[in-house]
Ligand binder design. Structure first.
Ligand SMILES: Nc1nc2c(ncn2[C@@H]2O[C@H](COP(=O)(O)OP(=O)(O)O)[C@@H](O)[C@H]2O)c(=O)[nH]1
Ligand SMILES: Nc1ccn([C@@H]2O[C@H](COP(=O)(O)OP(=O)(O)O)[C@@H](O)[C@H]2O)c(=O)n1
Length: 233
């Protein structure tokens, strides 16, 4: 059950897992908007650290460029303090934990209510990532077919240029997808054993979304979702 703080406030903690390109960012954005959970994307947080040249960012960059996972101790040192700053909020964590060691570290710092796992065919992932463009400063994600920007190559909100991330380029992609499978399986097994895992399989985010939305509606009472939305805006 969600952790109870006082009579009026419940905290809800969720994780979304899935291979690169499975729609974690796209679905997280919908969850954050629809249910008021704070969205923390480990990928975006890493990119912010890289852009501002923090010690962890400089180190992480060398792995990401090769399509590799950033080592567990770097990820946990980066993410856990960030989560501690969010103790009064309901949140959705996207991209972390990715390995068993990260899941264990997270488990010792908080209790999760729900894990969403996205199971998307490999060919779909490759196709999507080759069309993914992002606005680097905000992490806003576009797809030249699925959700194109209003003006080609330009972010809808700021008008700044969009970029294709190095790790979405074909040379890094295959290694990333292979890696995901190997490291995610034991994490998924742990959450399955805890009874908090819900898996969704399809080639289209729009077909998965209604199921995720009704699951969350059942788990997060409307008044709490409204309170969360009010506190995040
Ligand atoms: N064609 C298509 N593209 C999608 C769909 N869902 C997400 N995308 C796009 O696929 C890419 C990967 O999605 P993203 O949410 O960034 O995945 P993540 O890597 O798991 O966070 C992005 O460019 C999305 O806009 C879908 O159902 N169909
Ligand atoms: N827990 C994590 C999260 C991200 N990363 C790295 O950061 C990159 C970008 O993460 P992301 O979550 O934005 O992207 P996807 O790989 O899910 O598309 C990953 O490909 C990894 O190299 C990591 O090593 N460990």
């Amino acid at each position: 059950m969600a952790q109870k703080l006082d009579d009026t406030k419940l905290l809800f903690r969720a994780v979304i897992m899935g291979p690169p390109g499975s729609g974690k960012g796209t679905i997280s954005e919908r969850i954050a908007r629809g249910f008021g959970l704070q969205h923390l994307s480990s990928g975006d947080f890493l990119r912010e650290n890289i852009a501002s040249n923090t010690e962890a960012g400089v180190l992480a960059k060398t792995y990401i460029e090769k399509g590799l996972l950033v080592p567990d101790h770097v990820m946990t040192r980066l993410l856990l303090p960030r989560l501690e700053e969010m103790t009064c909020h309901s949140w959705l964590l996207d991209g972390f934990p990715r390995t068993l060691a990260q899941a264990e570290a997270l488990n010792s710092s908080c209790e999760l209510d729900l894990v969403i796992s996205l199971n998307i065919p490999l060919e779909t992932l490759k196709e999507r990532l080759s069309h993914r463009w992002i606005h680097q400063a905000s992490g806003r994600v576009y797809n030249m077919c699925f959700n194109p920007p209003r003006v080609q190559g330009v972010d809808d909100i700021t008008g700044e240029p969009l970029i294709q991330q190095d790790d979405d380029k074909p040379e890094a992609l295959v290694a990333r997808l292979r890696h995901y499978k190997d490291v995610a399986k034991p994490v998924i097994d742990v959450y399955k054993a805890k009874g908090i895992l819900h898996t969704f399989s399809d080639t289209d985010t729009d077909r998965i979304w209604p199921y995720i939305s009704s699951l969350l509606s059942a788990k997060i009472p409307t008044d709490i979702a409204d309170a969360q939305r009010a506190s995040t805006h």
